[in-house]
Design a protein around this ligand. Structure first.
Ligand code: CUA
Length: 156
C-alpha cells in the first residue's frame, strides 16, 4: 500500500499525541491514589439496606449537641425525606446511593454533594438558624429526577 509522505508524518504525529494525552490523563487521574472528593469510604450499593448506618436511616444523636444524619438515596427518593434538627446541632450528614448517581443539595446552604453508588459521601454542618430547608437532587437521574425532594426543619 502506498502512503503519501505527509500522511505518514501526520499519522505518526497523531498517534504520538494520543499517547501523550493518555499518559497525562492516566498520571493525573491515578497519581497519589486520588478519588472523587470525600469519597473515601466505600460500600456495596446492593447491600445498603443491610449496612450500618444505612440499615437504620435517619438522625442519630452521637454526643452533646452532635448528630449523625444518614440518608439513603435512590431513584427517586431520599430516605428519610422529612428531618427535624434541633437548632445549634452539629450534624454529620452521610449519604450513599443504591442505584445511579444523584445529587444532595440543601438549598440556601453550602451543602452540595454528589451521591455515588459504592461510596459514602460526608459533610458536617452546624445548623444555627431555625427554618426550613429543601433537599434537592441536582444530578439528572431519570424520569423521576424532579420529584426527588426532601425537607430539613431546624427547630428551637
Ligand atoms: Cu436523583 Cu436526580
Amino acid at each position: 500500500m502506498h502512503m503519501h509522505k505527509y500522511e505518514k508524518i501526520w499519522l505518526t504525529f497523531g498517534i504520538a499525541c494520543l499517547f501523550v494525552f493518555l499518559t497525562v490523563i492516566g498520571v493525573s487521574a491515578f497519581a497519589e491514589g486520588k478519588q472523587p472528593p470525600s469519597c473515601l469510604t466505600t460500600i456495596d450499593p446492593e447491600k445498603v439496606d443491610q449496612t450500618p448506618p444505612f440499615n437504620k436511616p435517619g438522625l442519630v444523636k452521637t454526643g452533646d449537641n452532635e448528630y449523625q444524619l444518614n440518608i439513603v438515596v435512590s431513584a427517586f427518593a431520599f430516605t428519610p425525606n422529612q428531618i427535624e434538627i434541633p437548632k445549634g446541632a452539629k450534624v454529620t450528614i452521610n449519604v450513599t446511593s443504591k442505584d445511579v448517581i444523584h445529587g444532595f443539595e440543601v438549598a440556601g446552604t453550602n451543602i452540595n454533594m454528589m451521591v455515588e453508588p459504592g461510596y459514602i459521601n460526608t459533610i458536617t454542618k452546624t445548623f444555627n438558624q431555625t427554618g426550613e430547608y429543601t433537599i434537592l437532587c441536582n444530578e439528572y437521574c431519570g424520569a423521576g429526577h424532579h420529584m426527588m425532594t426532601g425537607r430539613i426543619k431546624v427547630v428551637e
